[in-house]
Design a protein. Structure first.
Length: 179
């Protein structure tokens, strides 16, 4: 079944919704996984949620149990969604570095050392990245840059949205939906 024509804006809206939900809890949170399920089916099974859900939205993000600590890629490799799940989303905090930092870090091959070097880099920016995908449909990414300063003065959180912000994460999420 092909995704509807409005699937790309819908999955982008879901990614924003997940980011706003996670942002309400503040920073310093572990990665969080969400199932994207049919709002209609969810309301049929749990009508008591009617005043908590947007009945006009075809899909609702449902927070899942905490992911196991350790390598995120390994955790995602073990996930298999039932057919009732239309898609999934993941929110995680990351470090963003300017392109100029790439050459200094290119010599580091150990993942642990690379993470530490990024965390210690003076030009790092902390961010929260949300990637969302639909089964056989589009993906979307939203990133909130923590304390971004577009000009001198009060830092603000900036939101960046583009479907190709994290292609590897989008593909890893898509793999969890494969039959």
């Amino acid at each position: 079944m092909a995704p509807p024509e409005n699937a790309a804006p819908a999955v982008a809206a879901l990614a924003r919704e997940v980011e706003e939900f996670v942002a309400a809890g503040g920073w310093e949170q572990p990665p969080q996984l969400f199932a994207l399920v049919s709002t209609e089916a969810l309301l049929r099974e749990q009508p008591e949620l009617a005043d908590q859900l947007d009945a006009d939205s075809p899909l609702t993000p449902v927070a899942q149990e905490a992911l196991p600590e350790g390598d995120l890629a390994d955790a995602l490799d073990r996930i298999i969604w039932p057919d009732t799940v239309a898609g999934c989303a993941l929110a995680q905090e990351i470090i963003v570095l300017p392109p100029s930092a790439e050459s200094a870090l290119s010599e580091t091959t150990d993942a642990g050392q690379l993470r530490q070097a990024a965390a210690d880099h003076p030009d790092r920016t902390e961010a929260r990245l949300v990637a969302a995908v639909l089964r056989d449909g589009p993906g979307a990414c939203v990133m909130r840059l923590r304390g971004y300063q577009p000009s001198p003065g009060e830092p603000v959180d900036e939101i960046v949205e583009h479907p190709d912000l994290a292609p590897n994460l989008v593909e890893a999420l898509r793999a969890t939906l494969a039959p």
